[in-house]
Design a binder for this molecule. Structure first.
Ligand code: GLA
Ligand code: GLA
Length: 671
């Protein structure tokens, strides 16, 4: 049970910002929430200025009334700590709270998130506010969970001010202890960078040319930790005052600045905000799915909550398309299908003023009685109620994609042989599994891998010896590994591991790489699979000159100076198999490699469906739920094979072939 106050229901609701509305509207809000089946709202996220209009003045009266009203209507509150947007008096009185960018420019108030993560003043004032809020509402019947701050680092992910620079030095001292160790790790013999005192070290500010890469990597590690310290400060306060009330903050899927894997250890449940672009051709259903899979994997033993999504359009892209009828429901049920126990929105009522007034809400700018969106919101409330039996069930995957934030940071620093989009490449590999209804997790390369039959490691550029050993053991014990180009190149200090790439993975892969050949946009090569007839498969982006030392070639290049050499290999190692993909094959070729790896690992889809129809399974105890989602705009028939059961949404028995209308969903409790 991730939210003890909601023991047997999926969470349903959204951000609620009553401070933007007169009190008369609040009563209608509460009534409409009830009508829509809303049971949880996040309150107060941006209300610091309202709660503390001056340093010594607090005003909780309005929030007391909101909390009471919600409690009377059976709506629980995920209460914000309200620290995401400091009030104007703070930066006027204490300018040191303001962040500074790499050019030395101060970022001013007037928007949100204008605080330096290392400002002692911000930390002190935030802690005082959180203590007050937690103390005031610790026994309130509406309090169900804590929503700490909001989307940490979303707009402001770095700071180069005085306090941050000092904190960076402290962090470095803890990590390295001596300057000699730091100089060695940073490779400062290069370009005359040797440090002889700690206060010679700065955050990587604007410099004439490339900053030291290890300094940049450490700065990213430090920032992720610095923001986490802010979160932890607030979490410790609410934990002490309200033990047992779950604590979370909202993540943002593939968000580079924060190492969410480390962060997730500090959350009682993972919550995240999903905004795939609904414009045609951008595959919002696939982008939603990959986000859910990454977020779910951060805490595999429990469901997550979708803390925010849009009921229709957002306001922050250049072109903000609406979600067509049925798409919001479909995306919401996909959330549940992929392991979510809550579906929430930004926000309950669309704003009248401010920068987000054209962002959709559960209540739009019209009378809800005449609103298409609100009609769908009510329908979704009823659907989620019907899905209560799935609460607490889990998605179990036998495939994992190795994904590490540190590898991401290091790979995308400048001065590399070519440009690799780390998250994009991981998502491209995920696409294969998504399209075939094969459940997939994202894991750290050093994680326990015993649940998995197949591990895919895309461009795992930074890889420690321990993590390489972990992948190697996985194969030795019978697992199947597929590693791709530019893996295992540097250690945790971003130093090349010498004597043939990919160094510590050489034995398991049975090969070594001598050279890389990154390709220009549009430049291509061909790859011919052994025994295949017809035209070679096209490839581009990146090729490698591979020497086999035990592996066999499954496919070879047709052109360039390395024509005839291996592009795809297979190596039997211990009880398992390791595949290597040295290039970025076009889709058909990539699918072929993944088909081979899946066959070897004996992983199979949960259900074979027509294209555009997604299927997943959630399980608990001995009960399994089969979700079938039709993302197409036409009706489909799906063959359940030997599976049968009752559709929780319609209470109909399902057996053999089931029909799904356009954008229709079935959630079958299997019997
Ligand atoms: C984020 C924020 C919200 C709001 C939405 C708009 O998710 O957390 O406060 O700005 O974006 O999409
Ligand atoms: C930390 C991280 C890991 C790993 C190493 C490499 O230990 O938690 O993700 O990548 O750093 O620097």
């Amino acid at each position: 049970m991730i939210i003890p106050r909601l023991p047997a229901s999926l969470a349903y609701g959204g951000d609620y910002n009553p401070e933007q509305w007169p009190e008369a509207v609040w009563r209608e809000d509460a009534r409409l929430m009830q009508a829509a089946g809303v049971n949880l709202v996040s309150v107060g996220i941006f209300s610091w200025a309202k709660l503390q209009p001056a340093e010594k003045t607090f005003d909780f009266g309005w929030l007391d009334r909101v909390m009471d009203l919600l409690a009377e209507h059976g709506v629980y509150v995920c209460l914000a700590t309200a620290t995401a947007s400091p009030p104007p008096w703070m930066s006027k009185r204490y300018p040191d709270v303001l962040p500074v960018d790499a050019n030395g420019a101060t970022l001013y108030p007037g928007s949100r998130q204008h605080y330096s993560p290392c400002s002692p003043t911000y930390r002190r004032l935030a802690a005082a506010l959180v203590r007050k809020i937690a103390t005031r509402y610790r026994r309130h019947p509406a309090l169900a969970a804590w929503h700490i701050n909001n989307e940490y680092a979303c707009h402001l992910s770095e700071c180069h001010g005085e306090a941050t620079t000092r904190a960076f030095r402290v962090w470095l001292k803890t990590r390295y202890r001596t300057l000699d160790a730091l100089n060695a790790a940073w490779g400062t013999a290069f370009w005359s960078q040797v440090y002889s005192a700690w206060d010679e070290i700065f955050t990587p500010r604007r410099a004439p040319y490339h900053n030291n890469p290890t300094q940049q990597l450490d700065y990213r590690r430090f920032l992720s930790d610095a923001f986490l310290e802010l979160y932890r400060q607030e979490k410790d306060i609410v934990n002490a005052i309200t033990p047992g009330v779950p604590v979370t903050t909202n993540f943002m899927t593939f968000f580079k600045p924060l190492d969410y894997r480390r962060w997730a250890e500090e959350l009682d449940f993972v919550a995240w905000d999903s905004y795939p672009d609904p414009l045609p051709g951008l595959e919002p259903e696939r982008m939603g799915a990959v986000g859910h899979d990454l977020m779910r994997s951060l805490k595999k033993d429990r469901p997550f909550v979708l803390m925010e999504q849009a009921s229709s359009a957002v306001n922050w892209r250049t072109i903000n398309g609406p979600k067509a009828p049925g798409r919001m429901r479909l995306g919401s049920l996909q959330t549940v299908a992929r392991g979510g126990d809550g579906v929430m929105f930004f926000q309950w009522r669309a704003s009248k003023a401010g920068a987000e007034k054209f962002h959709s809400g559960m209540i739009q700018h019209v009378d809800p009685a005449f609103s298409r969106v609100f009609g769908e919101i009510k329908q979704l409330g009823a659907d989620l109620k019907a899905l209560a039996p799935v609460v607490g069930s889990l998605v179990r995957a036998r495939v994992a994609i190795a994904f590490d934030w540190h590898a991401w940071w290091a790979l995308e620093l400048e001065s590399k042989p070519g440009r690799i989009d780390y998250a994009g490449w991981a998502q491209e590999l995920h696409r294969y599994f998504y399209a075939r209804n094969i459940a997939v997790d994202f894991v750290h390369p050093g994680a326990a891998l015993t649940d998995y039959a197949l591990v895919v490691a895309p461009a795992l550029y930074l890889l420690t010896k321990a993590d390489a050993d972990n992948l190697t053991d996985f194969v030795a014990r019978g697992g199947t590994l597929l590693a791709t180009y530019f893996s295992g190149i540097v250690d945790e200090h971003e130093h090349v591991v010498l004597d043939g790439y990919p160094a510590w993975l050489r034995p398991v892969l049975g090969l070594w790489v001598e050279e890389w050949a990154p390709y220009a946009e549009g430049q291509t090569n061909g790859v011919r699979f052994a025994g295949a007839r017809g035209a070679p498969v096209k490839t581009g982006h990146w090729c490698e000159v591979v020497h086999l030392e035990g592996a066999r070639a499954l496919a070879t290049y047709t052109h360039d100076f390395f024509a005839g050499r291996a592009a795809v290999t297979e190596h039997a190692y211990g009880k398992g198999h390791a595949y290597y993909l040295g290039t970025k094959l076009e889709r058909a070729g990539l699918d072929r490699v993944l088909d081979t790896a899946c066959a070897k690992a004996e992983v199979a889809p949960v259900l074979v469906t027509p294209a555009g129809v997604e299927a997943t399974v959630r399980e608990k105890d001995s009960q399994a739920f089969l979700f079938v989602l039709n993302h197409r705009d036409e009706a489909v028939r799906v063959n359940l094979g030997r599976r049968q059961g009752t559709d929780l949404l319609t209470q109909q028995r399902c057996k053999g072939k089931v029909s799904l209308p356009p954008r229709g969903v079935a959630v079958i409790a299997l019997t």
